[in-house]
Every structure is written in structure tokens, then in C-alpha cells.
Design a binder for this molecule. Structure first.
Ligand code: 13P
Length: 248
């Protein structure tokens, strides 16, 4: 059984400009830790810029969403094949901001992950509970329910799927789950994946939510945390590269 790979993925969210991206990409393309898989997920209009700026580097180009349909009358949507044409190799699906602001269900998220896989992309399946769910003792049940519709994907394609645990209460708030809290949920997720399929033991499980250069090392040293999904700190080259080094 292969071990989970180490990943650090930047999620730029709805940030950037041609000029600021150019400077950021120039800095991150020289990522310092070859053993860590690194990707940046940019808004759709910048994927061509990523394709050019990251050409010849080990940093992968990523998107933040994908349509579950292949083609047709889906105004405003972007297909997995289009992402591939722009050199994209990873795509976030089910980020909590899409679940919250675009009412994405876990079934839709699973369909998006399946469409990504079918096109040869690695879906980063995002899960995580809200503060209210955690306070009600429903954190594990929430995450298990979010993972369940993806079960067949974990069984069939575990080598090409990544899970990101992002507690909603830790995203952009400056409140990071403690390493102990994060490790506990990661161990739970790992156990759920293995229940679905023994081969899913090799799925990388990343932590996201206020990861910074100052806390990354301790989080990434937990046995079931295989790297991070980084929001705000991925917009600052020095911080992002320091987080990459912390995952090595
Ligand atoms: P922050 O790192 O800004 O908390 O964002 C986390 C996140 O949502 C990454 O997808």
C-alpha cells in the first residue's frame, strides 16, 4: 500500500490580477521542496496565465470548481475538459464557500469529483463542519455524510483523489484548529476512507483553515495530516513557500 503523498495547495479564492499573479507565480514556481506536491488554484480567467507561468516548473495549476456536466447549455459553467485544455491538473470541489453561497450538495460535489476524475484531473474534495455543528457534537457525522456520496470514487480511484478537511469555523477567521483537534478529525476521516475501501488508506488528507507559516509545521507533523489547503497565506509568496517547506 503506497503512503499518502504530501501536498500543499494554494486556494487564491476570488483574488488576484494579471500583474500581482505574475509576481506571485514567478516566486512560487521555484518551490523549495521537491518531495511535496504543490498546486495553486486560481480563478478561471487566470488559468492561461498559470499554464504559461508554471510551464517547466513542478508547481501544478489548479481550478476552484468544475461543472459536473460534460458540455452543453450550462451558462456560466466550466467543464473538466476545458480545464484540461488550459493545463490544469487539480480542481477543488465542494469548498465550504461553494456549499454555503452556491448551495452545493454533497451529491453534486461527488458528481463534480467524478467529472474531474473522468477527465484526468485530481479532485480535491473539501469537507468540514460549521461551528454550530461542532458545538452540537455533530462534527464527525457531518463530515461522514459529506464523504459518503464519494464512496465509489474512493474505492475506484483512491490514487487520484485528495480530501481536504476545512472546519468552516477556522476558514479566514485566524482561528486554527489545534493540532490535536485537527489530528482527531483526520484520524476519523482516514478510518472512514479505509472502511469504504482498504486502498483508500493512501488518499492524502489535507488540513485547511488559517494555516500560516507559524503553525504549519506543527499541524503537518500530525500522523494523519498530509499537508494543507492554504487560503490567505497562499497570496504571499514567502508565506506560501515557507508552508511548503514545513510539509517536507
Ligand atoms: P484561510 O487559509 O484563509 O483560512 O482559508 C482556508 C481555505 O478556505 C482554503 O481553501
Amino acid at each position: 500500500m503506497s503512503k499518502p503523498e504530501r501536498w500543499v495547495i494554494g486556494n487564491w479564492k476570488m483574488n488576484g490580477s494579471l500583474a500581482s499573479n505574475a509576481a506571485l507565480l514567478e516566486a512560487v514556481r521555484a518551490q523549495p521542496a521537491p518531495a511535496v506536491k504543490v498546486a495553486v488554484c486560481a480563478p478561471f480567467p487566470y488559468l492561461h496565465q498559470l499554464q504559461q507561468a508554471l510551464s517547466g516548473s513542478d508547481v501544478q495549476s489548479g481550478a476552484q470548481d468544475v461543472c459536473e456536466q460534460g458540455a452543453g447549455a450550462y451558462t456560466g459553467q466550466v467543464s473538466a475538459a476545458m480545464l484540461r485544455e488550459f493545463g490544469t491538473s487539480v480542481v477543488l470541489v465542494g469548498h465550504s464557500e461553494r456549499r454555503q453561497f452556491n448551495a452545493e450538495s454533497s451529491e453534486l460535489v461527488a458528481a463534480k469529483a467524478a467529472a474531474a476524475l473522468a477527465a484526468g484531473l485530481t479532485p480535491i474534495i473539501c469537507v468540514g463542519e460549521t461551528l454550530a455543528q461542532r458545538q452540537a457534537g455533530l462534527a464527525e457525522a457531518t463530515v461522514a455524510a459529506q464523504l459518503a456520496p464519494c464512496a465509489s470514487l474512493f474505492a475506484a480511484a483512491s490514487a487520484n483523489v485528495v480530501v481536504a478537511y476545512e472546519p468552516v469555523w477556522a476558514i479566514g477567521t485566524g482561528i486554527t484548529a489545534t493540532p490535536v483537534e485537527a489530528q482527531a478529525m483526520h484520524a476519523f476521516i482516514r478510518a472512514q476512507l479505509i472502511l469504504i475501501s482498504p486502498s483508500a488508506a493512501s488518499v492524502s488528507v489535507l488540513y485547511g483553515g488559517s494555516v500560516k507559516a507559524s503553525n504549519a509545521k506543527e499541524l503537518f507533523s500530525q500522523p494523519d495530516i498530509d499537508g494543507g489547503l492554504i487560503g490567505g497565506a497562499s497570496l504571499v509568496a514567502a508565506d506560501f513557500l515557507s508552508i511548503v517547506s514545513a510539509a517536507a
